[in-house]
Design a protein around this ligand. Structure first.
Ligand code: NAD
Ligand code: IPM
Ligand code: MN
Length: 351
């Protein structure tokens, strides 16, 4: 009987509504497969910031370091500037724990209508591999001359040989285990200095992964192709900002961003990895109990896989597939009227 220490950070808005369902599902598959979880829940959030002046305590990262994995809802809420909430919690976790891979799978499930004619169930099955600790999300830069005509903002994108090489290797290896196709998102047509460097390093790594067919697309054209022909993609490797945008786009193409999961992975396993839905705190629907819990539940499945329990993860995957294909219970983002609770109950019934 294996026991895993899981740090739970529900966070803000619907983050607090989708984590309890994920935990119920984990407990259910845990019972079946003899996997135990001991949870420690942290109230780190914008509410805490307003109350105590910081998103998490001084020793927050040290506490998380003790966990085998972190499950997060979402952070950020109106009233606290996003740069405060995100640089105060989410980004430090990703960076300190060297979670340099942000893995974001997307599928069109049977029973979910894509807004696109071209995307039928079963045909779209892709993974965005997003570089998660450098690139456009750099700490170099700032704002000057606030409120004056001379006001300006600068931010330097930082791409390192180590950073691009390791995300490329991860993406090529993943493609080799899947359908053997990789697309690199770029913008190398002479405008952005960093992207020709990205391209060179991707090409360099491609030579070491000869079993994978690869190409590159400019991010603008790629966005159009995600809409026009999403079924053509297998693994898509992208920088931090490009990967952020592509993952919401792909999730919407597949029917709802409420389904999309993310794994912030530290492949070396010297630090805990973090699992969270792709979506945010959704202030527009928070507090109503109608958020789609599948993004958080699928994220929990990615966590189980990472912790060495592929069968238990597969059970969750099957339950997600079943609740969408075999029942008409679904939340509002999927065209239904069910609450988060009712949708979760149905999924647990089919698990
Ligand atoms: P969002 O993902 O919170 O919401 C975008 C839209 O999608 C909204 O209309 C929302 O209602 C809908 N939506 C999102 N998740 C849903 C779900 N599970 N079920 C049904 N509908 C869902 O994005 P946003 O509005 O840009 O951001 C809101 C806040 O969340 C901001 O503070 C932002 O910084 C933060 N955020 C945090 C994370 C994170 O913690 N990883 C991710 C994205 C955004
Ligand atoms: C995500 C989010 C975050 C990101 C924001 C909230 C900083 O959009 O996890 O996709 O851009 O990484
Ligand atoms: Mn995002």
């Amino acid at each position: 009987h294996q026991n895993h220490r899981i740090a739970l950070i529900p966070g803000d808005g619907i983050g607090t509504e989708v984590l309890p369902p994920a935990r119920r599902v984990l407990d259910a598959v845990g019972r079946r497969h003899g996997i135990g979880f001991s949870y420690t829940s942290y109230d780190w959030s914008c509410e805490r910031y307003v109350r105590e002046g910081s998103m998490m305590p001084e020793d927050g990262l040290d506490r998380l370091r003790e966990a085998d994995a972190i499950l997060l809802g979402a952070v950020g809420y109106p009233g606290v500037p996003d740069h405060v909430s995100l640089w105060g919690l989410l980004i430090p976790i990703r960076r300190t724990f060297r979670q340099y891979v942000n893995l974001r799978p997307v599928r069109v499930f049977e029973g979910v209508d894509s807004p696109l004619r071209s995307a039928a169930a079963g045909e779209v099955d892709l993974v965005v591999v997003r570089e998660n600790v450098e690139g456009e999300y750099s700490e170099i830069g700032g704002r000057l001359n606030h409120g004056t005509p001379e006001e300006l903002a600068v931010q330097e994108a930082v791409f390192t040989r180590t950073g691009v090489t390791r995300i490329a290797d991860y993406a090529f290896s993943l493609a080799a285990r899947r359908r053997g196709k990789l697309t690199s998102a770029t913008k190398s047509n002479g405008i952005i200095h960093t992207m020709p460097f990205w391209d060179e390093l991707i090409a360099e790594r491609a030579a070491e992964h000869s079993g994978v067919t690869w190409d590159q697309e400019h991010i603008d054209a790629l966005a159009a192709k995600f809409v026009l022909d999403p079924a053509r993609f297998d693994v898509v490797v992208a920088s931090n900002l490009f990967g952020d945008i592509l993952s919401d786009l792909a999730a919407a193409v597949a029917g709802s961003i409420g389904i999309a999961p993310a794994a912030n992975l530290n492949p070396e396993r010297d630090f805990p990895s973090m699992f969270e839905p792709v979506h945010g705190s959704a202030p527009d629907i928070a507090g109503q109990g109608i958020a789609n819990p599948l993004g958080a539940i699928w994220s929990a499945a990615l966590m189980l896989d990472h912790l060495g329990h592929p069968e238990a993860a597969g059970d969750i995957d099957n339950a997600i597939t079943a609740v969408l294909a075999k029942s008409d219970v679904r939340t509002r983002d999927l065209g239904g009227t069910a609450t988060t609770e009712e949708f979760t109950e149905k999924l647990l019934e089919l698990l």
